[in-house]
Design a protein around this ligand. Structure first.
Ligand code: GLP
Length: 255
C-alpha cells in the first residue's frame, strides 16, 4: 500500500489525476472503475482540465461505477447517474455505450447484479478503481459488516450513511434506504486501487483502513490485502495515522 499525503484537497486531486492520466496514456482502452461522493470531484475536475487543455483522450475508455441508489431514476438530481454526468461524463469524450452505472430502477435487481459482474469480466476486468471512503469505513455502499468476499448486490444503507448523505436531500425520509453496489470482492479484483480522502471527518476511517485490524467492520481495511493500492489523502485525513512511517508529513508515507 502506498499512502501519499498532500497539503490540500487541490493537491491531492491533482496527484490522483496524475495517476489516472498516467495509466490512461499507457493504456488508451483503460477499464476505469469510478466513484461518486464529494471526495473525487476534484479529481474529475482535473481530468476534465487535462482533456480540454492537454487532449487527454477518453474515447476508448470503458467505465464501471461502483454504486447507485435503488429507486432513483437516472434523471433524479441525487442519482449517481446524474452526478456522473454533471461532474465528469458531460465534459469528456467517454463514449456513452462504454459507460456502466448500476441501474437503481431495475425490476430484477439480482439478475441485474449478475449481469453487471459479467460485464466487468467481458471487458477484461477493472484496471484502475477509484474509491472514496465513508466516515464509517464503507467503500462504495459496502457498509460495516459487509462480507469481504461480496459481489455486486443490493445493500441496506446504515443510518450513519443515510444521515451523512441527507445533506443532499430535502428530508431524511427522501434518502434511499437501499443501494446496488459492487461488492468488496468485486472491488478487490481491480488490478489497481486509487482511494482519495480528505478532511478531518475521514481521519478515523483512514486510520482504520491503513493501520487495521483487517475487519469487515471497516470494509476499507481490505485494501491492506490488495497488491496495488494507492491512497491519496490530505493532512487532515492522515492526521490519526500513528505508525513509525509517519515522518513529519513526508509526501510518501510507505510502500
Ligand atoms: C457514498 C458513496 C461512496 C463514497 C462515500 C463518501 O456513500 N457510495 O462511494 O465513498 O459516500 O462520500 P464523500 O466523498 O462525499 O465523503
Amino acid at each position: 500500500m502506498l499512502v501519499i499525503v498532500k497539503d490540500s484537497y487541490e493537491e491531492l486531486s491533482r496527484e490522483a489525476a496524475e495517476i489516472v492520466s498516467n495509466r490512461l496514456r499507457k493504456k488508451p482502452n483503460l477499464v476505469l472503475g469510478l466513484a461518486t461522493g464529494s471526495s473525487p470531484i476534484g479529481l474529475y475536475t482535473e481530468l476534465i482540465r487535462m482533456h480540454r487543455d492537454e487532449g487527454l483522450d477518453f474515447s476508448k475508455v470503458t467505465s464501471f461505477n461502483l454504486d447507485e441508489y435503488v429507486g432513483l431514476p437516472s434523471t433524479h438530481d441525487q442519482s449517481y447517474h446524474y452526478f456522473m454526468r454533471k461532474h465528469f461524463f458531460d465534459h469528456v469524450n467517454v463514449q456513452p455505450r462504454f459507460i456502466h452505472i448500476p441501474n437503481g430502477m431495475s425490476k430484477d435487481v439480482n439478475a441485474f447484479c449478475d449481469w453487471y459482474e459479467d460485464q466487468i469480466l467481458t471487458f477484461g476486468g477493472i484496471d484502475l478503481q477509484v474509491l472514496g471512503v465513508g466516515s464509517n469505513g464503507h467503500i462504495a455502499f459496502n457498509e460495516p459488516g459487509s462480507s469481504l468476499g461480496s459481489r455486486t448486490r443490493i445493500k441496506t444503507l446504515t443510518f450513519k450513511t443515510r444521515d451523512a448523505n441527507s445533506r443532499f436531500f430535502e428530508k431524511m425520509e427522501e434518502v434511499p434506504k437501499y443501494a446496488i453496489t459492487m461488492g468488496v470482492g468485486t472491488i478487490m479484483d481491480a488490478k489497481e486501487i486509487l482511494l482519495v480522502a480528505n478532511g478531518k471527518g475521514k481521519a478515523d476511517a483512514i486510520k482504520a483502513a491503513v493501520e487495521g485490524p483487517l475487519t469487515a467492520m471497516c470494509p476499507a481495511s481490505i485494501i491492506q490485502m490488495h497488491k496495488s493500492a494507492i491512497l491519496v489523502v490530505d493532512k487532515e485525513a492522515a492526521s490519526k495515522l500513528e505508525g513509525e512511517y509517519v515522518d513529519s508529513w513526508k509526501t510518501v508515507i510507505f510502500d
